[in-house]
Design a binder for this molecule. Structure first.
Ligand code: ISE
Length: 335
């Protein structure tokens, strides 16, 4: 069976995923496209999905009999309505982060899915499919004993003018929020954010860098430096300290050169390159499950918990206080 996919949102990530489905992955074809700027969808159709139908409205794409599964890659504020529509139509839906822009919105999705009694939603937290993070998780589980602390960093070379302080959480740190929960099989009980001296490279509306401090239910303490104008590259660091030893996330593979009295290797600058194979793997997994009607990967519940945890971090940014995080009871569907 070739899974027939409809892509809503043909901006940067929608284009990238369409290219991936058409040129790299197996078992699926993009048969429908939709964007609030129809000319963008048309452009993508012409370059990557010639047989796709372009829909003016995402809702019509979801309702189309020709569409088996939906990819939501549109702007964050529209995710909730499209994911809810896909659930109502009983179609598997892959939603880029964030699942919804508010915790209440994410809860509405969890409630709708739980009511239907069947998992349909996969959230695009691709790091769970990254080989390095999987190696780190395995090493932690097999060799480190009880994990005690995580030291980490999320660095971007630069961010656009419209990037403001809370986005360091909602847009950037949200990946760590999901990754740490998955790595540790744990949830957070509190968050605090402290602001070091500000870099001169950050524009007025973003406090940069920031350090987020999290505590988990099992007492693991996590620190993460978010530095989105670090200049030198896109750099993701993660070190787990356990009772029996310490493990680091491997660096991306790179050629080492010895030249002109220097020993060096390149550092990636674009997150799309850094997690390229993880993006491939998460979507392939989504596609592979459609024929049997199963859904895996990060769930709507994970998207909801990420939203609750993000909100607490933003409150911590704004108040300077340690903010408690408490989660509602998890519906049995997500056990
Ligand atoms: C972007 O949306 C991402 O998902 C990247 O992983 C992150 O590093 C970046 O800060 C975000 O803007």
């Amino acid at each position: 069976m070739t899974v027939k996919i409809g892509v809503i949102g043909t901006g940067m990530i929608g284009t990238d995923h369409t290219r991936r489905i058409q040129d790299v992955l197996t078992g699926a074809e993009v048969v429908a496209l939709s964007d609030y700027l129809p000319e963008n969808a048309e452009k993508l159709r012409a370059t990557h999905a010639r047989r796709a139908e372009v829909f003016a409205k995402g809702e019509d794409l979801i309702a189309s009999d020709n569409v088996d599964a939906v990819l939501v890659c549109s702007t964050g504020s529209t995710h909730e309505e499209y994911v809810l529509a896909a659930i109502a139509a009983g179609k598997p839906v892959f939603c880029e982060k964030p699942l919804a822009t508010t915790a209440e919105g994410a809860k509405r999705i969890v409630d709708a899915e739980a009511l239907g009694g069947k998992r349909l939603v996969q959230v695009g937290f691709m790091r769970r499919f990254d080989q390095g993070y999987n190696m780190l998780k395995r090493t932690m589980e097999e060799e480190l004993g009880t994990p005690l602390m995580i030291h980490s960093a999320h660095r971007n070379p630069a961010v656009p003018e419209q990037y403001v302080t809370p986005m360091a959480i909602h847009d950037t740190f949200i990946h760590e929020i999901d990754t740490f929960r998955w790595l540790l099989d744990d949830d957070f009980v509190s968050a605090q954010v402290v602001f070091p001296r500000k870099t001169k490279h950050a524009h007025e509306k973003v406090a940069d860098p920031q350090i987020v401090l999290l505590e988990t239910t099992k007492g693991v303490r996590i620190d993460c430096e978010i530095f989105v104008n670090c200049r030198y590259g896109y750099d993701i660091q993660c070190q787990i300290v356990g009772e029996e030893g310490v493990a680091n996330l491997p660096e991306p593979m790179a050629i080492t050169t010895r030249k002109e009295a220097r020993l060096s290797n390149a550092i990636l600058t674009d997150w799309k390159d850094r997690f390229k194979t993880a993006f491939d793997a998460e979507l392939q997994d989504f596609i592979d499950r459609v024929p049997s009607g199963s859904t895996g990967g990060p769930s709507a519940w994970d998207g909801y918990v990420a939203a609750i945890s993000s909100d607490a971090c933003v409150e911590a940014q704004e108040t300077g206080k340690i903010i408690e995080i408490s989660l509602p009871v998890r519906p049995a569907l997500y056990d």
